[in-house]
Design a protein around this ligand. Structure first.
Ligand code: SUG
Length: 436
């Protein structure tokens, strides 16, 4: 089975325009955000997944604003004084410190499950996210959080993130697929560049975030037995596919991929089939859905779920009409999935995060699932309590200019403190005496 580990934005969710090459992030820079609606939409997705009979857990938000980050940048005094001074001197730094980008948990780690690792441990390699400042500050606390939640040292290894150097820039599972065919499982690692990349091979408009050297290091740490490396098509990156999961999705033996997702794509697919056996491939042509339409609709960022009643496509509402919908209808009629559901994730989509970005997949067996911190596994009762908590503790809207308000520090702590009680996590955050 596959546990879906979803993220939640925190009370300072903003549209900061912090990600170059991410068209939605850029287009919505400075727009008023709606933290309560953002969190509610994420919870609604979790409910939809649970209703499909798939185990669902929640990964708590990180504390924001990250005052220790601002202190490390030279601001001093009480926490409130730090925030006020930083807001006056460097508002952009405060946006980095306040961002809720950690909600996109597909980027938080790469998972090599026990079934596929040489030492039979389930390996979690947290991503260093060095490509962007607001994301790189996630790595440390997220690693400590994963250690708290996957604490059973007999089963799980939570590694340190790769060293934060450019050649090891790692964006986690957004550039990784576990393909499972009749002959076995294989891990596909997708990178945008390598140290050996010729200038002509690189995207021309936007940066390539994931380095091949990082993917190789993650595969080594995770003791993955079967791996294939592929390079993301520079045209896809230049069209706004800053991660591979914007142009490719999959579950079990099914791969849904744009024809311009990967360099040498036919060879990559052939290699996966050589390792895994025959796969079911839906390769979408540029004619049927252009890269531009793929990025606009986020069709390939749908969550593909292997449920007791067949494969389900949980697609963003943005793909419910036009050419993306036509692709979905065709694939459904061909039996590529049993069912489709559309989900409204508007606030997350404004930062370039669709259904697949919001979850980390953790393949586990029953006993592995029982070893995960039980409090984060959701049932209907817990979900209802989380909804009430969000309604109580998250502001309805938040503008970038609100980030200078020191009241947000206390609001966030109060919210997270309550959350740790709902999820039975004990002392988790530093302000509680914990490690995160
Ligand atoms: O890293 N957006 C995220 C979106 C991550 C999507 N994840 C996957 N594709 N798996 C990013 O670009 C925008 C934040 C802002 O602009 O405020 C942001 O960080």
């Amino acid at each position: 089975m596959e546990l879906q580990l979803d993220g939640l934005p925190g009370p300072t969710n903003i549209h900061g325009g912090l990600s170059p090459g991410n068209l939605a992030s850029q287009a919505n820079a400075g727009a008023k955000a709606h933290p309560r609606a953002a969190a509610r939409q994420c919870l609604a997705k979790m409910r939809a997944v649970m209703a499909l009979g798939v185990p669902q857990a929640v990964l708590p938000p990180l504390e924001r604003p990250d005052i220790s980050f601002l202190r490390a940048a030279g601001f001093a005094g009480t926490d409130a004084e730090v925030l006020v001074a930083a807001s006056r001197e460097d508002a952009q730094l405060v946006r980095h410190a306040s961002s809720s980008a950690f909600m996109w948990t597909a980027n938080c780690a790469t998972v090599i499950p026990a079934a596929d690792s040489a030492d039979h441990f389930c390996h979690l390699v947290p991503a260093n996210l060095t490509s962007l400042p607001h994301r790189s500050i996630e790595a440390g606390p997220r690693t400590r959080m994963l250690r708290h939640l996957f604490a059973d040292g007999e089963r799980f290894v939570v590694h340190d993130p790769l060293p934060a150097v450019s050649v090891l820039a790692d964006e986690g599972a957004a550039n990784h697929h576990r393909v499972q065919g009749p002959a076995g499982a294989c891990h596909l690692f997708v990178h945008g560049r390598t140290t050996a990349s010729a200038a002509a091979d690189l995207p021309q408009r936007f940066p390539a975030r994931q380095w091949q050297e990082a993917s190789a290091a993650v595969a080594r740490l995770g003791r993955a037995r079967a791996i294939v490396h592929a390079r993301q098509h520079p045209a896809a990156i230049d069209a706004g596919a800053f991660h591979n999961d914007v142009v490719m999705a999959g579950v079990a033996d099914r791969i849904l991929v744009h024809e311009r997702a990967l360099v040498d794509q036919p060879q990559v697919i052939a290699e996966l089939e050589r390792r895994c056996g025959t796969l079911r491939l839906a390769e979408i042509s540029e004619l049927e859905l252009s890269l531009e339409q793929a990025v606009r609709s986020y069709l390939f960022n749908s969550q593909m779920l292997d449920t007791p009643t067949g494969i389900v496509l949980l697609a963003p509402a943005e793909s419910a009409d036009g050419p993306a919908r036509a692709v979905i209808d065709r694939l459904k009629s061909e039996g590529f999935f049993a069912r489709t559901e559309f989900i409204d994730l508007r606030e997350s989509m404004m930062g370039g995060g669709g259904p697949a970005c919001l979850r980390l997949r953790v393949p586990l067996d029953e006993s592995g699932l029982a070893a995960v911190a039980g409090g984060i596994i959701l049932d209907e009762d817990k979900l209802r309590r989380l909804e009430q908590w969000v309604d109580r503790r998250y502001r309805r809207d938040l503008a970038l200019s609100d980030l200078r308000d020191p009241a947000l520090i206390g609001e966030c702590r109060t919210a997270l403190d309550e959350l740790t009680r709902i999820l039975d996590l004990g002392k988790l955050y530093r302000f509680q005496g914990g490690s995160v």
